[in-house]
Design a binder for this molecule. Structure first.
Ligand SMILES: NC(=O)c1ccc[n+]([C@@H]2O[C@H](COP(=O)([O-])OP(=O)(O)OC[C@H]3O[C@@H](n4cnc5c(N)ncnc54)[C@H](O)[C@@H]3O)[C@@H](O)[C@H]2O)c1
Ligand SMILES: O=C(O)C(=O)CC1(C(=O)O)C=CC(O)C=C1
Length: 287
């Protein structure tokens, strides 16, 4: 926001005194407040960036202090649960527009942000039926100003799509690292030491914040269970092909998945997050 001059004053609040002190020390925002209620006073735009399970309590806390006409958005990874938790608390004189930037890393806390985090990344909005078009247009233009590609999506579709492209893959990464760790413990074999880059990618994902991901799975339960069921069916199919020595089946399957990866790269969406802010060039934004 600061790099692009998108706000007159950027005010922040975090629950722990330690996080607030770090935010002050690194100059993350213009002003740090000790309470959320104080932070939102007079704000045109309020962004809720706490774990999904904490959104409702924060909304209740800030509700009486929100300015007339303010826009409230959030960055939660799940949308239906956030809407259910937040909307009932908000007064009629504000605009609530739920959102989700598809950008992040396995790191948390105020030192983990960087100015190019949202450049050329999707930022999904799931407006409510009553959303004011002018407020929506203002938020869209703010997010575009951050460099994001903004899209609107139905809430149910959002939670299902994210269960496929983000939530279940995280669960699989957590599981795979857990399997390796279990093998190490029962065999006393040093397996993780020899991890090649494929497994290392899993460990990066599996290093993501436990509170954030616990809340994602507790709140996007149905969609995640649906996708996990489909995943298990595919896995059994591949397991059977291996058992039967069906090389053609395996070859065809892997050829199809390779095409998907190539499609992502051609669309310019392979903006590997972990390298950002650590010297890697920021990909050009596609027209
Ligand atoms: N990290 C990612 O890759 C990513 C990407 C997109 C969206 N999100 C979503 O963004 C939100 C924030 O994630 P983040 O990665 O910025 O996390 P973070 O850990 O960097 O920040 C979360 C903040 O919430 C505060 N918090 C935690 N529990 C709280 C509680 N019970 N009450 C009040 N405050 C509390 C923490 O003190 C911290 O300041 C989450 O909803 C997450 O699902 C994360
Ligand atoms: O690259 C990563 O570290 C991420 O996990 C970021 C990621 C994802 O792509 O799944 C994680 C959660 C989100 O809500 C959005 C983005």
């Amino acid at each position: 926001m600061r790099a692009k001059g998108l706000a007159g004053e950027i005010v922040g609040h975090a629950r722990s005194a330690e996080t607030r002190a770090t935010a002050r020390e690194i100059g993350l925002v213009d002003r740090v407040c000790d309470t959320a209620a104080e932070a939102v006073q007079g704000a045109d735009l309020v962004v809720l960036a706490v774990p999904v399970g904490a959104m409702g309590a924060i909304a209740a806390e800030i509700a009486p202090h929100l300015a007339e006409g303010a826009t409230i958005t959030d960055v939660g990874s799940v949308k239906q649960a956030v809407i259910e938790a937040v909307a009932p608390h908000l007064p009629g004189h504000v605009h609530f527009i739920p959102g989700h930037p598809l950008a992040g890393t396995e790191h948390s806390g105020p030192r983990s942000g960087f100015a190019t985090l949202f450049v050329n990344r999707w930022w999904l909005l799931t407006p409510l039926e009553a959303t004011d078009p002018a407020a929506l247009a203002r938020l869209r233009s703010f997010l575009t100003g951050l460099g994001a590609n903004v899209d609107e999506m139905d809430v149910h579709r959002h939670d299902l799509v994210l269960a496929v492209v983000s939530h279940t893959p995280h669960l699989i990464a957590y599981t795979m690292v857990g399997v390796a760790d279990h093998l190490r413990r029962v065999t006393h074999e040093e397996v993780i030491k020899y991890s090649a880059s494929g497994f290392r990618d899993f460990t990066r994902i599996a290093a993501s914040d436990p509170t954030m991901w616990r809340d994602v799975f507790l709140t996007n339960r149905e969609a995640t269970l649906d996708i996990l069921g489909r995943f298990t069916e595919e896995l059994f199919m591949l397991q059977r092909a291996i058992r039967m020595g069906d090389g053609d089946m395996l070859f065809d399957y892997f050829t199809r998945t390779r095409e998907i990866r190539r499609g992502i790269i051609e669309a310019g969406q392979d903006t590997a997050a972990p390298d950002f802010g650590r010297g890697a060039p920021v990909p050009e934004k596609k027209a």
